[in-house]
Design a protein around this ligand. Structure first.
Ligand code: CTP
Ligand code: MG
Length: 165
């Protein structure tokens, strides 16, 4: 496969996870998933940046993308889209859990974890029904941080986020 073909196939494959990850920035807010509770270390479990509405909106938006992809691609993408979306949001939550354990406040940056945590967990969740080729996997490890950092910066310029990362 040509590099461009690999990139297109990789982005098409992971699209539900990307949409699921980005949606809470726009539609999130309200009640935090952890209910404001603290973990045994006295720090927030996930923190106020992880909300119920963002979590649900992300899964719905990503799943809609997967369903639309199924219309143009393979029907199996409905399940894959849902699992990629669920995994992206669970991975994002796990990332925040880890950040809080290291005492990093909500909104702080954790290079690597912020950009790849959601990606790896999304692929792990979808693995039983859909796997990228090794080339697509490597492409996603490279382009996801680039896309994540640039879309976050755009979100900051559009005043959707109050931090550029
Ligand atoms: N968001 C949400 N619900 C989620 C995930 C995200 O409402 N489950 C919203 C929050 O407004 C959050 C924003 O999307 O501030 C950006 O998400 P993210 O960067 O993942 O959260 P941070 O605020 O940076 O918090 P953390 O340090 O825990 O990653
Ligand atoms: Mg953040």
């Amino acid at each position: 496969m040509e590099i461009l073909e690999i990139l297109v196939a990789a982005v098409w494959f992971i699209l539900p996870a990307y949409v699921a990850n980005a949606t809470p920035v726009v539609l999130g807010g309200g009640k935090p998933i952890d209910g404001g509770k603290k973990f045994t270390d006295g720090r927030p479990i996930f923190g106020p940046g992880k909300t119920v509405r963002g979590f649900i909106a992300g899964i719905i938006a990503g799943s809609i993308v997967g369903a639309l992809q199924a219309i143009f691609g393979r029907p199996g993408m409905v399940t894959a889209g849902f699992l990629l979306s669920l995994g992206a949001l669970v991975g994002d939550l796990m990332g925040s859990f880890i950040k809080r354990r290291f005492g990093l406040p909500r909104g702080s940056s954790a290079p690597g974890l912020d950009q790849l945590g959601f990606l790896l967990i999304a692929m792990a969740f979808a693995a039983p029904v859909a796997l990228p080729t090794p080339e697509m996997f490597v492409a996603l490890l490279i382009i996801t941080p680039i896309l994540h950092i640039s879309t976050n910066y755009c979100g900051y310029l559009l005043k959707l986020k109050d931090r550029p990362y």
